[in-house]
Write a protein that binds this ligand. Sequence first.
Ligand SMILES: [Zn+2]
Length: 390
Amino acid sequence: MFKAYKYRVYPTSEQKDLLVKSFGCARWFYNYALNLTSQTYQDTGKGLSRNDIIKLLPELKKEYEWLKEPPSQVLQQVALDLSSAFLNFFERRAKYPNFKKKHKKQSIRFPQGFKLDGEYLSLPKLKEVYCKVSRLPQGKLKSVTVSMTPTGQFYASCLYDDGVERPSPLTSLNKGEIKAIGIDCGLTHFAITSDGSKHGNPKYYRKYEEKLAKKQKQLSRKQKGSSNRNKARIKVAKVHEKITRCREDFLHKLSRNLVDKNQVIIVENLAVNNMVKNHKLAKSISDAGWGIFCTMLKYKAEWEGKTYIEVDRFFPSSKTCNVCLNQVGSLLLDVRFWDCPKCLTQNIDRDINAAKNIKDEGLRILAGGHLATASGVRVRPSKGTAFARR
Ligand SMILES: [Zn+2]
């Protein structure tokens, strides 16, 4: 099984220079090849293959000397990344590839020629970059992605193959009693589980929101192109990075906890994109990172040989009474508690009721033997997940 580990790295100023140049070259080559592929696609209906893109390199290096500076594998990797981005687009797993932007997170990937020894990460041309790792992961290092955040911090994401085969969900299910949990995405809380727990209060982020608003206001007052504006831009990026780190940490802990305690994890397949269009919900949904959370649940479940199920988004989990399965006509979003007119159960908590229904629906699917769904085949693609897997 592949597992990724993300470490902070501390390049020297010379190494930083080379890394920044390499980010620039990789970005330039990606955008150049994307533009060319787009033209070819418009003209012929077909993209360029990985080899077509690699073949561009020798001529380009003659024309643009600076392309010779970065480690050569990095540009070849760009060709592979771009051709797989197009493949994902053609197979409808992802949107049309976008141009890489200078002010976003920068990264390069090394497919070979690296070594991590616990104190240093050796990379082609860069030699040894300081990278303190207290416990080295088991297995074989398969690839290294070095990235730089907008505030100038460097990270290495190391992909390891531990050589262990993925445990089959079937074997873990056959070990007697099944502990299953249904998880619903809430508005007052990030997640509500069928055992009646609520996790992650959005109020937690409010203090960051205020800080972000303050820094953004400061940025808007600075003159365009001034060095003060650039400083203010980095301050805004720092708050964003802090929020991202806190959220990822929360999502990692919650998903780890739920996967550890259960054999079957069932979530509702929310069409997050559709919900984000609704302006009232937009902020809370996009803030909450439900898609990232589901991806984490899925791969953590796979690592442990547990079962991850997504229940169809059209399944009426909110409006069905979990006690008598009576379905009420409609339930406005601000109704948090309701009474069932049929079995007369009072004060049904909207979110917990939905989570229980999601669990029951998942178990029904599982009992029906649709294990293609159960092992997570229907999960939406992870779009180059930025978080390290842990
Ligand atoms: Zn009822």
